[in-house]
Design a protein around this ligand. Structure first.
Ligand code: KG4
Ligand code: ZN
Length: 366
């Protein structure tokens, strides 16, 4: 039997992307149209993003099919991000997908954007598969989960305020750097001393226990405020310009320590031998290096290549192929949702916090 051929569509934030995937890993084409215009506003302006996406979606999808040398009639299904994300942006992708699926009588698959981020490393490495500890660090979300199997997840922790990428963007903004802030901060941090402005790693204390609700959770807004206070002090002393690299290095070190400590706790608590990273912040080399050092030989770390870390349609096609395999298609009455619930994600009930360590039956790699 021919392997399924899925056209993936992603438009949840400011990227417009289409990809044709055959089976689980044969990526026949992958087109991403990004938008630089938001740089002058210091953040994504939703209305501008969706208007541009409306112009881009047709050409991006057509180019993707042409590059793959695939006729729309050959497709097995259309997979589209249904949320979470900006509603105007999601509507562009979902409505385009519905319009294409209807005349071709193609099955339509709704994909959850964060589940797609977890699938990204699997496009390049079949070993990046459950059971694993998954850390999604993007501009809008910060989630620590256990993937017991594809489609079955346990939420360990999440951010209580800003997302990790959002913190990089906000700190970059208050330092007068460009948008998105992550790459700018990482670049300047390379020539800075992380010990010059020692910010404490947020929500990390030695006395935390797995039974505590904040053991796996994150928080980045206090760290951002601490940087702001330091910036004001340095500004009033006229010393800010020379300190920017050190502030970048110090902020980045604190943010990374928090992400690494929680991920290591998850590895130790679950006995999982694999860690999967996803989302734009997974492009940060300092984060990946720190995680590798901290986890050591205890677990393999799977990091998507830069193009697959930030928003892209290849990961949407991959997650869509999985859902299609389970027969999970949706009707043309499907609506996108900015706060779409993560399918198959259970939260850790307070009672379960007393069960430690967590050894689900499917975690056979302990
Ligand atoms: O996953 P993504 O493309 O979009 C969302 O789903 O949000 O992530 C974008 C985020 C931005 O906040 C950006 O600053 C951050 O990823 N980012 C980075 C780096 N590259 C992108 N953060 C830290 N270091 C980087 N090198
Ligand atoms: Zn994303």
């Amino acid at each position: 039997m021919r392997e399924p051929l899925v056209l993936g569509i992603e438009s949840s934030c400011d990227e417009t992307s289409a990809a044709v995937l055959q089976g689980d890993r044969r990526l026949l084409s992958h087109v991403i149209a990004s938008q630089d215009v938001h740089e002058i506003y210091g953040g994504v302006v939703p209305e501008i993003a969706s208007r541009q996406q409306l112009r881009d979606i047709g050409p991006v999808a057509r180019t993707s099919l042409e590059q793959a040398r695939v006729s729309p009639r050959d497709l097995s299904a259309l997979a589209v991000t249904a949320g979470p994300g900006l509603i105007g942006s999601l509507l562009v992708g979902v409505n385009w997908a519905k319009g294409a699926a209807y005349p071709l009588t193609l099955p339509l698959v709704a994909v959850h954007h964060l589940e797609a981020h977890l699938f990204a490393p699997n496009l390049e490495d079949p070993e990046a598969e459950p059971p694993f500890v998954g850390l999604v660090v993007s501009g809008g979300h910060t989630l620590l989960v256990i993937a017991e199997a594809w489609g079955t997840y346990l939420l360990l922790g999440q951010t209580r305020d800003d997302a990790a990428g959002e913190a990089f963007d906000k700190v970059a903004r208050l330092l007068g750097l460009g948008f998105p802030g992550g790459p700018e901060i990482e670049r300047r941090a390379q020539s800075g001393d992380p010990r010059r402005h020692p910010f404490p790693a947020p929500m990390v204390r030695r006395d935390q226990r797995p039974t505590d609700p904040d053991y796996f959770d994150f928080s980045f807004s206090g760290l951002k405020t601490a940087v702001l206070m330091r910036v004001r002090e340095l500004e009033s002393e006229g010393r800010l310009p020379g300190e920017v690299p050190h502030l970048c290095a110090s902020f980045q070190a604190a943010a990374i320590e928090s992400l690494v400590v929680k991920t290591v706790r998850a590895v130790e608590w679950t006995g999982c031998r694999r860690v999967v990273l996803g989302g734009g912040v997974a492009r940060n080399r300092a984060l990946v290096d720190a995680l590798r050092r901290a986890v050591g030989v205890g677990a393999a770390i799977f990091v998507p290549s830069p193009r697959l870390a930030t928003d892209n349609a290849a990961m949407v096609a991959r997650a869509g192929a999985f859902r299609l395999g389970r027969g999970e298609v949706v009707g043309l009455d499907m609506s996108p949702a900015p706060d779409l619930a993560f399918p198959g994600l259970r939260t850790r009930p307070a009672a379960a916090r007393t069960l430690e360590p967590h050894v689900p039956g499917t975690l056979s790699n302990r």
